[in-house]
Design a protein around this ligand. Sequence first.
Ligand code: ADP
Length: 495
Amino acid sequence: MQEYIMALDQGTTSSRAIVFDTEGRIVSQAQQEFSQIYPEPGWVEHDPMEIWETQIAVAEKANKELGKKQSVAALGITNQRETVVVWDRMTGEPIYNAIVWQCRRTKDECQRLTDEGYAPLIRRKTGLVVDSYFSATKIKWILDHVPGARARAKAGELLFGTIDTWLLYRLTEGEVHATDCSNASRTMLFNIHEGAWDEELLTLFDIPRGMLPEVHDSSHLYGVVRDKRLAGIPIGGMIGDQQAALFGQRCFAPGSAKNTYGTGCFLLMNVGDIPIESDKGLLTTVAWRLDGKLTYALEGSIFMAGALIQWLRDEMGLLQQVADSETMAKEVQDNGGVYLVPAFTGLGAPYWDMGARGTIVGLTRGSNKNHLVRAALEAICYQVKDVLDLMTEESGVPLSRLRVDGGAVANDFLMSFQSHMLGVPVIRPRLVETTAFGAAALAGLATGFYGGVDELERVLAVDRIFQPDMRPEVQELYYHEWKRAVERSRNWIEK
Ligand code: ADP
């Protein structure tokens, strides 16, 4: 009988299940979207039962496709992070919809915490900036707004979980209430230095300790599925989606980093066993915990990446399909002095200027649409360099290479220019499902499917390595011009 590993990849818009063989090749997969609920402007919810039903349905489908002679040896869960579910311990029924990471309903509460001076304490303990993204204020909101909830929580009747914990609870039919360190580190209740829930923060948010799941290694035998649709499969891994990609990309050494090029960019850099604190708004987060040993990462994101190319297509009508951006960029020798700063909603790290706005500079009579498209692709690369430079500066760990995934990595021009800008190789794997593979691999490690982390080194074949090949003075000039363009975009909105 041939054995495989499965990932449940529970994302913000869909639930997916993917089965891999030992070499990390996809054997079967299934996906199902679920409803996005917007009760008020800026609020986002999901139905936890719909998340569960879609997730178990796709897992059952992917499992059935394997046929009788093949079986799943272990299952790992990766998930949208920070999203909150609170449910009844006895019935397993949620008492409110899941409040999604994107939901801004607690932003005033976060402002209040900042005004009252709690930000440095929270930052020191959790590595996070005070923001409504993270779970703590969302849990508090449910306890404050669902009638009787706080009293029931205090009486031990309610449980909290991020989506990993919720799925684990359903899979084991209420037997196991647990999470891993990476997911815990996104709640704003977890002390990342001690690797434990923080009593002082629990008191600050008035959240009873008894609601919280046990915290384990990211690779750990959490339990065995009891639900009849997948009964008997051991659950061996849990990890937040971005950290799963870092693991799936085998960024095991300090200084190795991954970037996901999607609508926006998500950058994570392994900084080893010291939780480096950022002064410039990067997040410090737990990458994973293995054999009781914590590994940390610095995390930064970029608001506009692939979305910029969509904007050129949909709003400007400059191209038919996003993939055309590559040919168009190659039509011209260089950017012709044109720079596009995509500060559509302000600028994030390292600038943190919410009054900045989108800017195009350097236009001349000879500028054409290809220059503009090229400037857009280059802008993605400059922004990635901005964040990675900050990471290496703050961590003191030099960048060795960048591993990449996400939809836009199909663009060779983008990848090549990225490598020139960073001066390190950019490695594009053949398998782009790095997030799912990361979770499945952690499960495989827990059950002996893989003997150790070194065994993972041979899986995930490389598709292409883009080597830096630009004269340093040219590279410096481009980046210098970019910085000047950024200055032009800043403080556009008058206070
Ligand atoms: P998400 O998970 O954020 O929805 P994906 O990883 O699916 O994103 O990537 C889609 C994004 O990548 C879109 O914003 C799209 O514009 C961009 N993209 C996809 N293919 C290309 C390409 N060949 N060149 C440039 N951008 C691309």
